[in-house]
Design a protein around this ligand. Sequence first.
Ligand code: FES
Length: 69
Amino acid sequence: MYNKDSNEKVCYCNNVTKDDIFNAIQNGADSVESVIKATGAMLNSNCAVNNPKKTCCYKDIVKVFNELT
Ligand code: FES
């Protein structure tokens, strides 16, 4: 069970954390697309600058989604 205290950032461009994704799922988001919509992740993207991985967060969102569902 997910321990709800993770401020681990997933989408750097839009400041979306693992907690935000957890909450979105709790509130009924049942697909990666609905999580993205509910959290505002990937809305404004400048990942090369904002994300330390220099890449878009999509894969990380999918990973967290799979981990939490
Ligand atoms: S890190 Fe999520 S859109 Fe850039």
